[in-house]
Design a protein around this ligand. Structure first.
Ligand code: HEC
Length: 152
């Protein structure tokens, strides 16, 4: 009798513990599965805007833009089609009377604005060097051979 009681007492914790362990394990596993799926999604969506932002930041970081980048973002709106009487990009005839002024005078026109062209061509955050780069780039499309200050 006492032997029987001892066996039952020893079995009881085991019979209780097994299902508890199983339930805990199952819920842990389920939780793990769910968590890692959410983590991937969250990680992907959290990284994406940062990655995009870095690309954009590189392109617009003031001071570090090339003449071509500035031309494409600021100057093209008027100069590509010759809007508002702007000398057309790549049009040697349009530019011939202007190129003779030299790079410094052209840069001064862009910096201060000229006729329908607003100061800095409307790119108010352009640094002085960036204005030189953009002006050289644009003039060079029409046959000038100004040297564009390098981007460090
Ligand atoms: C809103 C339209 C517009 C934008 C944007 C614009 N320009 Fe112009 N640009 C003009 C017009 C119009 C002229 C002719 C002005 C005149 O002679 O009356 C001109 C003339 C020039 C000239 C000749 C200046 C001279 O002394 O003869 C240069 C160089 C020039 N632009 C460079 C640029 C650069 C570089 C940018 C971008 C940073 C730019 N422009 C953006 C309209 C624009």
């Amino acid at each position: 009798m006492s032997e029987h009681r001892a066996t039952r007492a020893a079995q009881r914790p085991l019979s209780l513990a097994l299902p508890v362990v199983a339930v805990v394990a199952a819920s842990l596993l389920a939780g793990c599965g769910k968590q890692s799926a959410v983590d991937h999604e969250v990680t992907a969506s959290a990284i994406q805007p940062v990655a995009k932002l870095e690309v954009v930041m590189q392109k617009v970081a003031p001071g570090a833009r090339t003449g071509e980048e500035i031309y494409k973002s600021v100057c093209t709106s008027c100069h590509a089609a010759g809007a508002l009487g702007a000398p057309k990009t790549g049009d040697a005839g349009d530019w011939a009377p202007r190129l003779g002024k030299g790079l410094n005078a052209l840069v001064a026109s862009v910096t201060n604005g000229l006729g329908a062209m607003p100061p800095k061509g409307g790119g108010s955050d352009l640094t002085d060097t960036e204005v030189v780069r953009a002006t050289a780039y644009l003039a060079n499309t029409a046959g000038a051979s100004f040297s564009e200050p390098a981007v460090e």
